[in-house]
Write a protein that binds this ligand. Structure first.
Ligand code: ZN
Length: 111
């Protein structure tokens, strides 16, 4: 058991966990800002860092049935959003492997 490994993202503009302020995602990896999370506005990212995944479950979202895993900050374990593991609708397939981060759970550091 060592120290928790925290990955740092490059660049002046980073989204950070609102609770413990470790890096969560880069605005360069935003695919869409037009998503709805559980707590309001949410962004779709192609990659995020410093997260752990919860168990995969099937969930009915506004865009239909998806298999998703909740994602947690790997440092403080706050829930941040979810990952799309599988989409069943052809039009939603592009989301597979992408991540939703709730805007409310992120801090914009330095911008
Ligand atoms: Zn955190």
């Amino acid at each position: 058991m060592g120290r928790l490994f925290i990955e740092s993202l490059p660049g002046p503009r980073i989204f950070k966990c609102s609770c413990c302020k470790v890096d969560s995602a880069s605005p360069d990896d935003i695919v869409s800002k037009n998503f709805q999370g559980r707590f309001g506005k949410a962004y779709l990212f192609r990659s995020v860092v410093n997260i752990c995944l919860g168990p995969t479950e099937e969930r009915h979202l506004t865009s239909g049935l998806h298999a998703v895993s909740d994602i947690y900050c790997s440092s403080c374990l706050q829930i941040l959003g979810w990952k799309y593991e599988k989409a069943y609708e052809e039009s939603e397939k592009y989301k597979e492997g992408m991540y939703i981060l709730e805007k409310y759970r992120m801090l914009k550091d330095g911008w």
